[in-house]
Design a protein. Structure first.
Length: 117
């Protein structure tokens, strides 16, 4: 199981809209579209840790809420500042969703079928 966090990004929304158009025109079945989305989830979750090397720091004026459920942290901060290589961005309210990537990789490895000779 891969996290579906990136489906709400520009590329994820565009993929979903395109698949919806293909379903409506009869070019693909809903089952195939679902498989494409699952493959997208796996691919994007694997690509970011391997390719994104950017580091940033942040601090917040207030921790508004936090929650931990099913190995996923959800944190809402108020009056946050993010810094990356000298650039400062101030945000009134930000929601951070953090997932246990190590746990996900282990689950994916366990879910893969083994080949029997």
């Amino acid at each position: 199981m891969s996290y579906q966090l990136y489906r709400n990004t520009t590329i994820g929304n565009t993929l979903q809209e395109t698949l919806d158009e293909f379903i409506q025109s009869g070019q693909v079945s809903p089952q195939l579209a679902q498989k494409v989305l699952l493959h997208f989830d796996k691919a994007i979750n694997a690509a970011f840790p391997a390719r994104v090397r950017s580091r940033l720091t942040f601090k917040a004026g207030h921790l508004k809420t936090y929650r931990y459920c099913d190995n996923v942290w959800t944190i809402v901060l108020k009056d946050a500042e993010f810094r990356e290589t000298g650039e400062l961005i101030q945000i009134d309210k930000v929601k951070i969703v953090a997932c246990d990537g190590k746990n996900t990789q282990q689950q994916q490895q366990q879910a893969q079928p083994t080949k029997e000779d």
